[in-house]
Design a protein around this ligand. Structure first.
Ligand SMILES: NC(=O)c1ccc[n+]([C@@H]2O[C@H](COP(=O)([O-])OP(=O)(O)OC[C@H]3O[C@@H](n4cnc5c(N)ncnc54)[C@H](OP(=O)(O)O)[C@@H]3O)[C@@H](O)[C@H]2O)c1
Length: 306
């Protein structure tokens, strides 16, 4: 019997000696509404709850009813112009490098132009964390490193990270960068354990990079009723059993699972409903021990561990 709570609820740091980040972050992929007051209320609700990392991307707005590339950043820019006090309270993270329909372009000219366009849409002088959204396998990492170091040297960007990179791609980029890669952003949830298995979280253990887990509720699929959403019913049953024991809802257990890895991932939650942000905070009171997290892994993978 292994005792001990594995859920890590303290603040994280963005790089060695870097700024403090709450264990939950606010994701704005679905930030497509255009009511500035409502949008500001969502961002403020997140900040009040300690979700000070705000994650967005230039490409957000192409789906979820958005009006196109850049429109979620424009919506956030409108909030920041109306409420500059909110900008001061957040660690602003955005991404570039997805260029539909190419689909990826991290060449020097394209990525610098993407970053400058993000700054203009967001109406800010500096992006705190600039992330390469997906690897452009046809840009040499030395060229990309030069671009990222240049953005930092010119003061446009505070720190840099990657997203959806393999560990080998991450290492190749890091080898050419002067600046540290402070974060990597993989999909990670009870329904998507790839980062646990493919070396991404191991690389975070090795280098101190902060894992920023996207879609910690599998984009809502983990909240679907038993038969919907394409998630194994055994996994939903395990999550519900733990939720009942802990006196919380299933979503809180899902977030707690993400926080339970020893690299202290940040869970980037994507709800657009302020009251749901509050109930997700219940994850910080959930206790999961080794038995619980391995039960979740086995139920997720559908096979007993050897
Ligand atoms: N780097 C990448 O390639 C990448 C890819 C995807 C996402 N991301 C980042 O990760 C963030 C989160 O992704 P995500 O939106 O897929 O995250 P998520 O938190 O896994 O899913 C959020 C979705 O679940 C729904 N949901 C249903 N029941 C819920 C409940 N009880 N509590 C909370 N949400 C519930 C939400 O709907 P309501 O809004 O109606 O609550 C929303 O549509 C994005 O905003 C983005 O910043 C990054």
């Amino acid at each position: 019997m292994s005792a001990g709570n594995l859920v890590l609820t303290g603040s994280r740091r963005l790089g060695p000696g870097g700024v403090e980040i709450g264990p939950l972050a606010l994701g704005l992929w679905r930030f497509t509404g255009t009511d500035v007051g409502q949008n500001a209320a969502l961002v403020e609700a997140g900040l009040e709850l300690g979700m000070n990392l705000v994650d967005i991307a230039d490409v957000y707005g192409l789906d979820w009813g958005g009006t196109g590339f850049g429109s979620c950043e424009e919506n956030l820019g409108a909030v920041l112009r109306a409420r500059p006090d909110l900008r001061d309270r957040m660690v602003l993270a955005t991404k570039g490098g997805i260029v539909p329909p190419v689909p990826y372009d991290s060449s020097a000219a394209a990525l610098r132009a993407a970053c400058e366009a993000s700054l203009a849409r967001l109406g800010t002088e500096r992006i705190d964390l600039y992330q390469v959204h997906r690897p452009d396998m046809f840009t040499h990492p030395a060229e990309l490193a030069g671009t990222l170091d240049g953005l930092i040297a010119d003061g446009l960007v505070g720190t840099v990270g990657v997203s959806n990179y393999t560990p080998a791609q991450t290492r190749a980029l890091a080898a050419h960068l002067d600046a540290p890669l402070v974060s990597t952003q993989p999909e990670y949830s009870a329904a998507c354990l790839d980062a646990l298995r493919d070396g991404t979280l191991d690389l975070c253990s090795e280098t101190g990079m902060l894992p920023l887990a996207w879609s910690p509720l599998a984009g809502g699929r983990l909240l679907a009723p038993r038969s919907d959403g394409g998630v194994r019913p055994e996994l939903l049953a395990t999550l519900d059993r733990l939720a009942e024991r802990e006196g919380v809802d299933r979503a809180a257990v899902c977030v707690a699972f993400v926080l339970a890895h020893p690299t202290a991932p940040v869970a980037i939650v994507g709800t657009q409903q302020p009251e749901r942000l509050e109930s997700l905070q219940a994850a910080l009171g959930v206790q999961l021990d080794r038995n619980d997290v391995y039960d979740i892994v086995e139920a997720s993978e559908g096979v007993p561990l050897p």
